[in-house]
Design a binder for this molecule. Structure first.
Ligand code: BTN
Length: 246
């Protein structure tokens, strides 16, 4: 028998916010219980990874979720994989096979090789240097996609004549998230890593990673037990803990 769920999830919807993650982080600091998810139909100051902005017109999903797992701070990045798997398993059944949904390390979701969703995980640290809260922000291009200078983008509407409304997608995502969050808490990271790999690149696929301004090239050789990227070059396998695949 699986253990009973530990988190009560609930969704709060707003017409417009600066950023669902900014609002959620303020609520986290004010002590709100975990499981709160915030959805906005538009954001006026959406944030992406590495200090980038996130264009947020109406029609796409802008969603942030608060968790307070009792785990060491070093395990926090594992939740970006939890989020990526939950998102992939929410979207895949909706899409035709030719959309070719794949996950890109560490946590982008691609359709036909172009970015359709991104995940931003932020943490709050308690005084004793333990994890206080996790804010998992997820943006999905449903109706439209931004034009970016450095990467191809896509949206669900390119593959679906009637893509889901953000509220419907958020409810389904929360259900899948609850499942994978409980799986992580009960069974550790291995099932999450295995699920990520089922949606990830094929073993041996060519990969280029930008790290500290340097370009590393090799073949995808899986994920380490902590979620690091294994990059093979001949017989050598390099472990990459931070960087961006290009
Ligand atoms: C990325 O750069 O790929 C991560 C993008 C994360 C965007 C989402 S949209 C909902 C939440 N609120 C934000 O301001 N950012 C995240």
């Amino acid at each position: 028998m699986p253990p009973p769920p530990t988190t009560a999830f609930r969704l709060e919807c707003h017409e417009v916010l600066e950023s669902t993650s900014t609002t959620l982080k303020q609520r986290a600091e004010a002590g709100v219980a975990e499981g709160l998810a915030i959805l906005a139909l538009r954001q006026s100051a959406g944030r992406g990874r590495q200090g980038r902005g996130w264009e947020s017109p109406a029609g796409n999903l802008y969603f942030s979720l608060l968790l307070r797992p009792a785990v060491p701070l070093r395990d926090a990045p594992q939740w970006s994989f939890v989020a990526a798997v939950a998102l992939a398993e929410t979207l895949k059944p909706l899409l035709p096979h030719e959309a070719r949904l794949t996950l890109k390390w560490p946590n982008d979701l691609l359709l036909h090789g172009a970015k359709a969703a991104g995940i931003l995980v932020e943490t709050g640290v308690a005084a004793s240097n333990t994890l206080d809260w996790l804010c998992i922000g997820i943006g999905v291009n449903i109706a439209s996609k931004p034009s970016l200078p450095d990467r191809a983008t896509s949206c669900l509407a390119e593959f679906l004549p009637e893509p889901p409304a953000p509220e419907i997608l958020a409810t389904a995502l929360l259900r899948n998230f609850a499942h994978w969050h409980e799986t992580r808490l009960a069974q550790g990271f291995t099932p999450i890593r295995d699920a990520w790999l089922r949606h990830g690149p094929a073993m041996g696929a060519p990969v280029s990673v930008k790290r500290d301004g340097a370009l590393l090239e090799g073949a995808f050789a899986g994920l380490s037990p902590e979620g690091g990227l294994k990059l093979a070059k001949g017989r050598e396998v390099q472990l990459i803990l931070a960087g961006e695949i290009i």
